[in-house]
Design a protein around this ligand. Sequence first.
Ligand code: C6P
Length: 415
Amino acid sequence: MTVRESGALDIESIREDFPVLEREFDGTPLVYLDNAATTQTPERVIDAIVEYYETYNANVHRGLHQLSQEASIAYEEAHDRVAEFVGATGGREELVFTSNTTESENLVAYAWGLNELGPGDEVVLTEMEHHASLVTWQQIAKKTGATVRYIRVTDDGHLDMDHAKEVIGPDTAMVSVLHVSNTLGAINPVADLADLAHENDALIFVDGAQAVPNRPVDVEAIDADFYAFSGHKMAGPTGIGALYGKKAILEDMEPFNYGGDMITKVTFEDATWNDLPWKFEAGTPKIAQGIALAEAVEYLDDIGMDRIARHENELAQYAIDRLAEFDDVETYGPPAGEERGGLVSFNLESVHAHDLASILNDYAVAIRAGDHCTQPLHDKLGVAATARASFYVYNTREEIDVLIEAMDDARELFA
Ligand code: C6P
């Protein structure tokens, strides 16, 4: 992987880092545009997993033998590295490894929400929230008697910040918002929302699943109380995600899961909890995945998160411009020209999104079709499904051209 001196990415060289991009289907090269669902994995991250299993595979925090010590050090240091990547200066004590963003949401909802919420409390979400947060807080609210309220989304795909100021108030206990929308591509003003939450003595949980992979994120500059993301959306492996939390808040919280490794002392009557972050990592953790996630952030940092953000925005703008050439295409989210995450959701008038995705598959073009786990937002948009092209650091304008040409054929088929 190299970065051109001008600051532009050397995409051809970056593509060589990702073995799966060499795949062809019946001689047609793969065009992978489903990166908001899962990104591909560079060779050096795969190598980190192989190296772990080939040379120091052992359980952590349990063994006095050499392999266990090596695995423990690498696993612990991986927390520090990932914490540093998102600007958490407290290091490992503020960075819990989870399975994914969804588990990070559930951890906070159960370990904090179940204990802290009650009748009269309000949890404020947004209409563009992913089910990971929406369903989780809905259920916790039902269990605790709290109320869920939603910040409106405007017709042009933004959060209505005037409405946010109305909805977030003295009864708000938690504000849970996504940083970048996986359906609209909108980048939300999470630092402003954090200010609003804190002015009202509420906490803020930021879902960064679509932000951390694509742009520089500084959880302390945002002043997030919690911030969550997933490894498999940022060149890392599946099965690993992270939860950043302010140390004082994590210290006050009850554990989410009970069992081995999260305790200090156990008697027949009771137990005391281990230090952070291990208090929240019960049982044998995701050792190989955590070590590989640290390698993934190293890889992304070597490229430069500013450059990745710029590249993704450029591809998204190009895709919007190309899609705008056609009268029968509707795109969703903020208007052309406005900075957004690297994705575009759209619909082709005559072709259902699912049909479109399956026709594109015949051209080796991978996109996602459906509600993208944002059913209430799709209800609001008045559509059951959208097609979504989402980009990563290895995608090119030429691949977007392939998508557009294949859409022409879909039109003809359904004409
Ligand atoms: N969105 C998509 O195709 P997990 O599955 O736990 O790693 O991530 C959940 C999640 C939470 N928040 C946002 C904003 C997300 O986009 C996602 C995952 C995928 O859009 C799968 S539905």
